[in-house]
Design a protein around this ligand. Structure first.
Ligand code: FNR
Length: 350
């Protein structure tokens, strides 16, 4: 059952327009301050970073995408080969189906086979305490991601709408496993308040997965017979730029900015806001379908556009990028000011 659903999700994501319709990530409202005198050599720009002891060549993660159905094995092999070659982080999809049906394990273990050194993230849902240890063991995950998807559950016909006790469950998962635990949304973003609750629950890493990229209400609308709810909630959520601002200005744990990140320029803005790294899901899936070369090309273009943005603001490394000046305009500014944040804190930093 879960396996069929995942296969349907992949086909929908690959063949239909599942992006937000009228809401954007808000990165268009973020302007990095141009430097006519960057005074640095572009060839010496360093975009390497580290996460939980592993050095990464780029602050890019492919966030949770797939696994748990036969088609996923080939995709995860290509994603893993790319993650290993370009030394980036790779999140695999929800492992529940494979834990319940061990014959599907190889759709995940294939990732470790072809990415023996890469940073790999396991993935379970918040209430699945009993799956946590097996999920980590399945392919020797470096980090366990725990996903939150209340909107998707609301729209999908077989959705589970009782989320009581999730925070307690997340806290227990952090005690249970011996790897860091990351909590991620799935395209509706996290607020400052949610981020505080998660940090207090002992979470080691937060991935905002905000609105403006792939809409999971859209994905479920394509599956649903009755499309009323899906169409109504298609654009629900906190835009990624807003969510990133709120979370980085609230917690002390590292933050991934994601949900609609489509280039190194988006990434530069997210990192200048204070994110440690960024995540991308749908573009990775689409390129993986066309093969390894396409996926490597996606990463190369991402890295190059990030370096050009860094050159234009005079940042030699990601720490300097984090201290660059930026302007917050439009709806993003309006949103943040209504929420009581000072949007001018980034405007004149160096
Ligand atoms: C996802 N996503 C996801 N997230 C998760 O935590 N567990 C999962 O199993 C999946 N499965 C999944 C399948 C497919 C086909 C896609 C495209 C995405 C959600 C994903 O990690 C991300 O949060 C959203 O897709 C938003 O990011 P993008 O696509 O706008 O970059």
């Amino acid at each position: 059952m879960i396996s069929n659903r995942k296969s349907e999700h992949l086909n929908i994501c690959n063949n239909e327009d599942v992006s937000f319709k009228n809401k954007t990530t808000g990165f268009n409202d973020i302007e990095l301050l141009h430097k006519a005198l960057p005074e640095i050599n572009k060839e010496e720009i360093d975009i390497s970073t580290s996460a939980f002891g592993k050095k990464l060549d780029s602050p890019l993660f492919f966030t949770a995408i797939t696994g748990g159905h036969p088609e996923a094995k080939k995709l995860n092999k290509i994603l893993a080969l790319a993650a290993e070659e370009k030394n980036i982080g790779l999140g695999l999809g929800s492992q529940r189906a494979a834990i319940e049906h061990p014959e599907l394990n190889e759709t995940y273990t294939v990732a470790r086979e072809y990415a023996p050194n890469a940073l790999l993230l396991g993935n379970i849902g918040a209430p699945q305490i009993d799956l946590a240890e097996d999920a980590v063991k399945m392919f020797d995950a470096d980090i366990l991601a725990v996903h939150l998807n209340p909107l998707q559950e609301s729209i999908q016909p077989e959705g589970d709408l009782n989320s009581e006790g999730f925070l307690d469950s997340i806290s227990k998962i952090t005690d249970l496993v011996d790897v860091p635990v990351m909590v991620k949304e799935t395209g509706c973003g996290l607020s400052s308040e949610d981020a505080s609750l998660l940090e207090n629950a002992g979470v080691n890493y937060i991935d905002v997965e905000g609105a403006g990229g792939t809409s999971w209400a859209a994905v479920e609308t394509f599956r649903a017979k009755d499309k009323y709810l899906g169409e109504l909630f298609w654009d629900w959520g906190i835009p990624t730029a807003v969510s990133t601002f709120e979370v980085v200005n609230t917690v002390n744990v590292p933050v991934i900015s994601s949900g609609g990140i489509r280039s190194g320029l988006d990434a530069a803005k997210a990192i200048a806001l204070g994110a440690d790294s960024v995540g991308m899901a749908l573009p990775a899936l689409k390129n993986a379908y066309y093969g390894l070369e396409n996926l490597i090309n996606l990463i190369n273009q991402f890295n190059e556009s990030l370096k050009i943005a860094m050159f234009l603001v005079g940042a030699k490394n990601l720490d300097e990028l984090k201290n660059s000046s930026l302007i917050i305009k439009g709806e993003t500014k309006e949103w943040l000011e209504q929420r009581g944040f000072n949007t001018k804190i980034y405007a004149r930093r160096n």
